[in-house]
Design a protein around this ligand. Structure first.
Ligand SMILES: *Cc1c(COP(=O)(O)O)cnc(C)c1O
Length: 402
């Protein structure tokens, strides 16, 4: 049987229309968009400008030149954080949360080594930011708040407009990583008072290696890359024109899909959650029950090792956590940060739904999970004890119920 891809948080396939749009820009319209002396350059330049407009429209930016192209959300996050902090006084601080993508967390660590400060705001057991704590964490040295819109492992959606309001009130800049949210939620930087926003094309059916940072007009960032002064001096280097054109096309499609694809995915998500909860005992949904990405389901199946279950669910391509941490046998830091005990975190699977997934896939997945979880639990003495109501303290099962 063909593999059924259900790991759309890790990456998505390039939409056929996007690919079509990109192809002529490899060897037909191959000009350098900075070459203004001939038609090759003008054609490339027009295409880049169009893509900028498509992306600006998707995020509600007022001007297309507020969109800077990068190599992806990792670079955008680096540029946002380092770019703001390095323009600020020595000892400046930023506030974030511990469940951010590594592209934020590792950037924070690097900045701390350089003498800047990072404060981690409290989150609740669903992964949501504690707004009271956020305001208390603000110091006179704080210059930036960076909190993602939605989490790539547990799908939890943050109260971004409220966070932005707090940032405004204290005259701080607000950056948000929208790599997972883009195409799933109605983004609007103007409405929500967002100063900086990171995007990645390959999370929304565009090509890999291209992303963007929305930079509100008037904000100047210290550049990570010096060169010919491209992208308003904040990101030099000749643009990846086919990638940029593909990203623009993907943004256009994503905007149209908000009305049709997102409700469809939400229905599939709810069917999968209900199916698992109705057919299996000792399961726990991780993340927020309702404020979550339309395509995200994350469950702990107690007494079953996540990796074994993934292997047993053969036709499905699934992930046991974030793709980067699943290489090591450490359990997910995101689950740890929301208080899921290690014993349960090791039993967790992330289901990332996408355009190719159908209701039949969900039916088959529920059947497969029921069968395989039951089979794997037959080998678990702990499961027998739990079923008989014996208190299995060591498992800490009672630790974390929503
Ligand atoms: C995938 C992802 C990134 C990294 O994006 P790349 O374009 O792969 O560098 C950053 N943040 C989040 C939330 C992501 O899901």
């Amino acid at each position: 049987m063909n593999t059924i891809y259900m790991d759309h948080h890790a990456t998505t396939p390039v939409d056929p229309v996007v690919l079509e749009t990109m192809l002529p820009f490899f060897n037909q319209h191959f000009g350098n968009p900075s070459s203004t002396t001939h038609e090759y350059g003008h054609t490339a330049n027009r295409a880049v400008h169009h893509a900028r407009q498509q992306i600006a429209k998707l995020v509600g930016a007022e001007q297309s030149d507020e969109i800077l192209f990068t190599s992806g959300a990792t670079e955008s996050n680096n540029l946002a954080l380092k770019g703001v902090i390095k323009k600020s006084k020595p000892g400046s601080r930023l506030i974030t949360i511990a469940t951010e993508h590594k592209a934020i967390l590792d950037t924070c660590k690097a900045l701390e080594k350089e003498g800047y400060g990072v404060d981690y705001c409290k989150i609740d057991s669903s992964g949501k930011t504690d707004l009271v704590d956020l305001e208390q964490k603000i110091t006179p040295q704080t210059v930036l708040i960076s909190i993602q819109i939605a989490n790539s492992e547990i799908g939890t959606i943050q109260p971004v407009a409220d966070i932005a309001r707090i940032a405004k009130k204290h005259d701080l800049l607000f950056h948000t990583d929208a790599a997972q949210a883009c195409g799933k939620l109605d983004l609007n930087v103007s409405r929500d008072n967002i100063d900086l926003l990171s995007l990645s094309a390959h999370k929304m059916y565009g090509p890999k290696g291209v992303g963007a940072l929305y930079v509100k007009q008037g904000i100047r960032l210290y550049p990570l890359i010096h060169g010919g002064g491209h992208e308003r001096g904040m990101r030099s280097g000749t643009l990846n024109v086919p990638g940029v054109v593909g990203f623009g096309a993907a943004a256009e499609i994503a905007r149209q899909d908000l009305l049709t694809e997102v409700p469809r995915l939400t229905a599939l998500r709810e069917k999968l959650i209900a199916g698992i909860q109705n057919r299996l005992d000792f399961v726990q949904l991780n993340g927020h029950p309702t404020d979550r990405l339309a395509n995200n389901v994350n469950f702990s199946f107690a007494f079953v090792e996540g990796e074994s279950l993934i292997l047993a669910c053969k036709p499905f391509a699934l992930s046991s956590g974030s793709a980067c941490t699943s290489a090591s046998l450490q359990s997910s830091y995101v689950l740890k940060e929301i208080g899921v005990p290690d014993s349960l975190a090791h039993c967790s699977i992330r289901f990332g739904l996408g355009k190719s997934n159908t209701e039949e896939h969900i039916d088959l997945l529920i059947q497969t999970l029921e069968k395989q979880v039951t089979r794997l639990r037959e080998m678990s003495p702990l499961y027998d004890m739990a079923k008989e109501g014996i208190d299995i303290d060591s498992f800490q099962w009672s630790d974390h119920h929503h």
